[in-house]
Structure formats: C-alpha cells, structure tokens
Design a protein around this ligand. Structure first.
Ligand code: XMP
Length: 516
C-alpha cells in the first residue's frame, strides 16, 4: 500500500508480533507483518522500508528454528532483533547462542547499561547511587547469546544474561534479549520509539487523512476509466466503508449488490435501503433466501455451511456481473484481521481465500491493510452515522453459524427475534456501547420448561457478549444480573419456542467468539 516511511515486522511465529504491530500503528507509523518463510531480499527492496523488526519465536535457533537470509542483514536498513530475532542475528553473523539452564529467564529482570548506544541513550528506569543506569525488562528465553559477532558491542546485561542489549552502531543493527513490546518492560515503548523515529527516521504520518489519500490513489491506479466494479453490500461497516470510498471515485460504475440470504439480522433490508439512499449508492437488492435455505437444508458442519454460503454469494455476484458491460472488479471489504485470522486457519471465515480459482474478475480490497478501529475512523470521516459505524460486527455466513447444527427459515426467525430483544435491552440500559460484540446462539438441544400448567420441551438459547480490542482475543462481559434477568425474561415470555436461556462465560482464547 505504501512504499516508504514504513517498518516491516518479520514474524518468526511469536505470540507478541501483533503487539509490536499495534504499538507501531498507535505511534502512527505504517507497518506490515511478513511471515519469515515468505520474505526475500527482493521483496524488501520493493517495499523499501525504513527499518525491519525481527520478532521473537517459540522456536530455538539451536533446534532448526526458522532462518533468515543473511543477505537481509546486509542491505543497509536498520534492524532490531527481539529475543529470537536477536539470537538469529548473532547466529548468522558468527556469534554464539547456547542453551544454558542457569541462564534461562521467564519474567521480570533488571539489566544495567554498560556502554553508550543510540538506541538506549538516556532511556532507563532507575539510577543507582554510584550512577549506574538500570532497565526493568520482561524476559522469556531458554537460549542465551554467549558470544557476540564482530562489530557488535554489549550495551546492557546482568549476571544471568550478559548480552541483553547488543548493538552494531555502524550498520544500525540492534538486538534485545527481552521483549520491549510487552507492557512489563517499562521503557519498552521508549526503546521502540527511539528505534523507529531516531534510528529509522520514520515520520508519524499514518493518520486518517493519509490513510484516506493512500486508499484513494490505490483505487485510482487500479480501476481504469470504463471499468465497472461489483461489490457485495452486507450491512456491515467494512463493506459499507469500501463502497462509499469507491463510490466517491467512480460513482455509478460501482454496482453494489445486497443479497437477502434469510440469514440476516432483523430489519437489515430496511437499514441497507436507507444507507444506500443516503450515500447515493447504486444498489441492487436480491432476495435469495430460498436458494440459501435449500443449499443448507441438510448441512450441520460449520465449515461446510461457510463454504456453501460463500459460494452462493460469489455465484450471485458473477451472475449479476454478466448483466453489465465491462465489469472488471469484485470489491470486498476485507480487513487486516481477516487476513491474519485466516492465515491461522482457525476458521475459513471472511472474504479471504473463498474465491474460485477460475474467476475472471480482479479483486479490489482497498481497506485490507486496516484494522477495525481504523475502518471506523475512516467511516467517521465519511460521515457514516455513529450508530451504524459502531454496530456490532456480524459474520458473513450470518445466523447460519449461530444456529448450531442444521439451519432453516423458522430457526432463523426465532434467533432473529431473540437477538433483537438482547440488543434492544442492551441499548435501553446504555450497555450497548460498552460491549464490542453481542449476539444470541441457538443450541441444538431441547430442555424442559413450564408455561402456565403445561410442560414444554423447547429450544435453548445462549447469550454471548464480549469485549475486545482486536477480535483476536476477547473477554466475556460481566453484564449485571438484573439486566441478564430482564433479557432472559423477555426472551422466554415473547418467544414460545425457547424454553431456556444461558449465558456464555468463555474468553477467547481458548474459545472463539462465535460458537461455530
Ligand atoms: P471468532 O469466532 O473467529 O470471531 O473468534 C472473530 C470475529 O470474526 C467474526 N467471524 C466471522 N466473520 N465470516 C465473517 O465475516 C465468518 O465466517 C466469521 N466467523 C467469525 C466474529 O463475529 C468475530 O467478530
């Protein structure tokens, strides 16, 4: 998306890579993550970053851990190696890494500054009476650097870890044995700032205006004069922001398609009609409920449901594209977390990887480098009303993955009503905006209940509400009991077919946000 003023993070499969990424974006520096197996010197030349960060890893350089081309260390771009990243630098450049039981460290550690370095100058947590500067840092390593490569100096260490910070000032290559990205390392952010701003000379320009301009120029470069673009409008903010931005550039050459698949939230059709009108979008509305329900009628496996639904969506887009001349592009509101989550192969969700290989339309994904909060900021800039921008995310396969097991129109109707009650009560109690996502799930079990004097044997519904900053991890929300009580009462009284309501108290990980 951007060829300069950026940092690339090479990921060696570290649990903390996303933390580094977020810190950089918060500091308004554009950055991208590359898998260590999918990066080459040529690629780096093309990206032309201001600096490179090598992440930590769950592997060991002594035990066939992932490697890095030594050419990458010679391309005259500042490099910061963190933990495994530092050990890799040492190994490649001829130093020594060993596994010494007494040197293993997991947790807080105090290191003393021994020599000057541009990276650490004037950054410390404590000065001793005799003038020594100390840093309190978070360690998490089995292996340890026992000999530094030629050209490097030891900047800081302690008895257990003699080489906790090393630097080759001339070539601007730095290594930290600890994790500056973890909040326990008090000076961590200062060290990262020093690296990106003073050593890599990045400018903090990743702000909404710049993001907007970058996206507009990338669309302008790709979509030629007469090209038409097809876009699936789902009611969610990612596709809406994508539509509005493309619409602002090519107007009616953008053809939005809203498909009612019978798996949507209550009144979604009304909402999309209104929004399309307000933003002057050229939208075609298609009722394909029967087609979806027919295809799903015997399916209870979640991944299969996702694939079937994704395929029908694409089939309809392709069918529609033949009604217009010169349709060259299929636009999607893919965002960065979609790509990262799909890479993890936890679920085959999102727009990623679901297209047939023989598709002739080219993919236009203008916001695929943004996170949800950045998409929302962009949406605010485009004057999308707050109540739409901050609606809870809704998965592409819709209610089909919130009905565990087989799906049909009647179950969807019940779930839609229950979900609406839950959301209405969250709004009435001013809880809605304190939660990042909430919904209901229909379980494939029945339970005994009683209405008046009659026994009933009906469905069980679960409420789910989570808080999260990135949807990659999440905590269940402690909704007050009296509010939960009100919600369950309404659902049990207003929907005959539901006899029991339960509340999901599972964090992600180990659970996921959706049940399927
Ligand atoms: P999970 O369940 O993976 O959800 O923890 C993380 C976020 O992704 C949404 N989600 C989906 N979105 N298609 C989508 O477009 C899907 O198949 C899908 N599955 C999960 C989920 O609602 C949450 O916001």
């Amino acid at each position: 998306m951007k060829n300069n003023n950026c940092i690339i993070i090479i990921d060696f499969n570290s649990q903390y890579t996303m933390l580094i990424f977020k810190i950089l974006r918060k500091l308004k520096v554009y950055c991208e993550i590359y898998d260590c197996n999918n990066i080459s010197v040529n690629k780096i030349y093309n990206i032309n970053p201001n600096g490179i960060i090598l992440s930590g890893s769950s592997h060991s350089v002594l035990n066939n851990g992932p490697m890095l081309s030594n050419k990458i260390l010679n391309i005259n771009i500042p490099i910061l190696g963190i933990c495994y990243g530092m050990q890799l630098i040492v190994k490649i450049l001829g130093g020594n890494v060993e596994n010494i039981i007494n040197c293993r460290e997991f947790g807080l550690s105090r290191i003393v500054i021994k020599n000057y370095s541009k990276l650490t100058n004037n950054i410390y947590d404590r000065v001793s009476n005799n003038g020594f500067e100390f840093l309190d840092v978070w360690m998490s390593h089995n292996d340890v650097v026992t000999k530094i490569p030629d050209g490097f100096t030891v900047i800081a260490g302690n008895d257990k870890c003699k080489n906790a910070i090393i630097a080759d000032e001339k070539n601007k290559i730095y290594g930290l044995q600890f994790h500056p990205e973890v909040s326990h390392t008090k000076c961590g952010i200062s060290l990262i700032k020093r690296f990106i701003f003073n050593i890599c000379n990045c400018i903090p320009d990743w702000n909404i205006n710049n993001i907007n301009n970058t996206i507009i120029s990338s669309i302008n470069n790709l979509v030629k004069n007469n090209d038409k673009v097809i876009l699936g409008l789902s009611g969610g903010i990612d596709s809406l922001v994508t539509a509005i931005i493309i619409n602002s550039i090519i107007g009616k050459r953008l053809i939005c398609i809203f498909i009612d698949n019978g798996l949507l939230r209550l009144d979604e059709y009304k909402l999309v009609t209104l929004v399309s009108k307000n933003f002057n979008l050229n939208t075609i509305f298609i009722n394909a409920k029967n087609r979806f329900f027919y295809a799903l009628s015997n399916i209870d496996d979640a991944e299969e449901k996702r694939k079937i639904i994704g395929k029908i969506f694409i089939d309809i887009f392709l069918e529609q594209s033949t009604n217009f001349s010169n349709v060259k592009w299929l636009a999607q509101g893919t965002i960065y977390s979609d790509i990262i989550e799909s890479k993890n192969k936890i679920k085959s969700h999102h727009n990623v990887g679901g297209l047939p290989s023989n598709i002739t339309l080219k993919l236009l994904e203008p916001i695929k480098k943004l996170f949800k909060d950045e998409v929302r900021k962009l949406g605010l800039k485009m004057n999308i009303p707050y109540n739409i921008l901050y609606r809870y995310p809704f998965p592409g396969p819709g209610l089909a993955i919130r009905i565990i097991g087989k799906v049909n129109a009647n179950l969807c109707k019940l779930l839609r009503l229950a979900d609406n009650i839950f959301i209405e009560e969250l709004k009435n109690s001013n809880f809605y905006y304190r939660i990042d996502q909430a919904f209901t799930v229909l379980l494939p079990i029945k339970s005994v209940g009683i209405i008046g004097d009659c026994r009933r044997y009906d469905l069980v519904l679960s409420l789910r509400a989570i808080n999260t900053s990135d949807f990659m991890t999440a905590k269940w929300v402690k909704i007050p009991y009296n509010l939960l009580h009100k919600i369950s009462n309404r659902i049990l009284n207003e929907i005959n077919e539901i006899s029991r309501v339960v509340y999901d108290i599972s964090d992600k990980p180990p659970s996921t946000i959706e049940w399927e």
